[in-house]
Design a binder for this molecule. Structure first.
Ligand code: SF4
Length: 365
């Protein structure tokens, strides 16, 4: 089985946002930006703590600043955390990704992040139609989104990813197509395309947005057409929601799907080092405590089952031998139905299969 345990990834959760988007259930706080320096100090204490504990794996080759809105931190904040990682770990040819909200950056800031060592940006475009952006509660316009991509290129970023959303209110085939057409023409290397889900506890759920967004069949149609379009235009699908030009797959995110170890620092951050654990979603205690000691173990299936579930998210699929004889027999039904396919000694989902992968996995496992 693929298990690159000889290197480590570090995920840093930045829990600040200018304003909460109505569909978002990630942990983030509004109006607490004045605490960012205290937060950065807490992150550095934790980096030091893990660095002194984890003497079995100190080679870090992926670092990811996610959120929340990491681009609300200054380049100096980012540099301080990266220097701290350098001090406690051996950092070799790293991929250093930072999520960027177009509403929060200028070219000067992007230059600062590049200078600090960030070499990959994940820009939250979401859509290239202002009406959709407004309905998603985003604070940037389509023009700002495109300007951010161009400024990132001017700042020296060669590895840029953009996020888009499908299944949003009022999204038609034509609107999605015009967004995709524009996005594939931008100087970017990677696209993440997420299907909008109405999560419990969000403003969208309280507004019954479920009734106002395209239904399941319409979203499936949008997804399948999008997959074909991106594949035909140089962005090959390598995971359910991720597409890349050759060689630009996200190294950090591949850790999650290949069960390679990573530590998560910051409120709500998840880790996987032999077992899964996470930090409480609580900025106050994260800043106050010396280290994030209150770690809760995640309940997950056994590692073999997880390897199968996560491996099947990838277009490369898994070796068929990972499945036992009973499971292999069940997959034959899905292969006949066009939801899975065999190639050499491997098995994977087709794009149709990705849409119903959870139900299929329940049957197989
Ligand atoms: S900016 Fe991102 S993390 Fe913040 S609320 Fe919006 S979607 Fe969530």
């Amino acid at each position: 089985m693929i298990y690159a345990a000889d290197t480590l990834g570090i995920y840093i959760h930045v829990p600040f946002c200018l304003r909460k988007c109505p569909y978002c259930d990630f942990y983030s706080c509004e109006n607490r930006l004045h605490e960012r320096d205290a937060y950065v100090q807490a992150v550095c204490r934790n980096i030091g703590y893990y660095g002194s504990q984890m003497n079995f794996c100190r080679k870090v080759d992926t670092i990811y600043f996610g959120g929340g809105t990491p681009s609300l931190l200054s380049p100096e904040n980012i540099l301080e955390m990266l220097c701290c990682i350098d001090k406690y770990f051996i950092v070799k040819s790293p991929e250093i990704t930072m999520e960027v909200n177009p509403a929060t950056v200028t070219i000067e800031r992007l230059l600062g992040y590049r200078k600090a060592g960030v070499n990959r940006l994940s820009i939250g475009l979401q859509d290239l139609h202002n009406e959709s952006l407004t309905s998603l509660g985003r604070l940037h316009t389509a023009e700002q989104g495109i300007k951010t991509v161009m400024s990132a290129v001017k700042s020296g970023f060669e590895n840029i990813s953009c996020d888009i959303m499908i299944g949003t209110k009022g999204q038609t085939e034509e609107l999605l197509y015009s967004t995709l057409k524009h996005i594939v023409s931008l100087p970017i290397k990677h696209i993440s395309a997420y299907m909008l889900k109405i999560e419990e506890g969000t403003l969208y759920a309280r507004q019954n947005m479920q009734d106002l967004v395209p239904d399941g069949d319409a979203v499936a149609e949008l997804y399948l057409n999008m997959v074909s379009y991106l594949n035909e235009n140089g962005f090959s699908q390598y995971e359910i929601s991720n597409f890349a030009k050759e060689g630009f797959e996200s190294r950090h995110n591949c850790r999650y799907w290949k069960l390679s170890p990573y530590i998560g620092i910051g409120p709500s951050a998840h880790s996987f080092v032999d077992k899964r654990f996470y930090v409480p979603s609580e900025l106050d205690s994260f800043i106050k405590e010396e280290y994030q000691t209150t770690l809760t173990e995640d309940e997950y299936p056994d590692l073999e089952t997880e390897h199968i579930m996560l491996g099947l998210r990838l277009s490369e699929g898994i070796p068929i031998e990972w499945l036992n004889i009973r499971q292999q027999k069940i997959t034959e039904r899905f292969v006949k139905g066009g939801l899975m396919e065999r190639f050499s000694d491997r098995i994977r989902f087709t794009p149709h299969g990705f849409l119903v992968s959870n139900a299929v996995l329940c049957d197989i496992l």
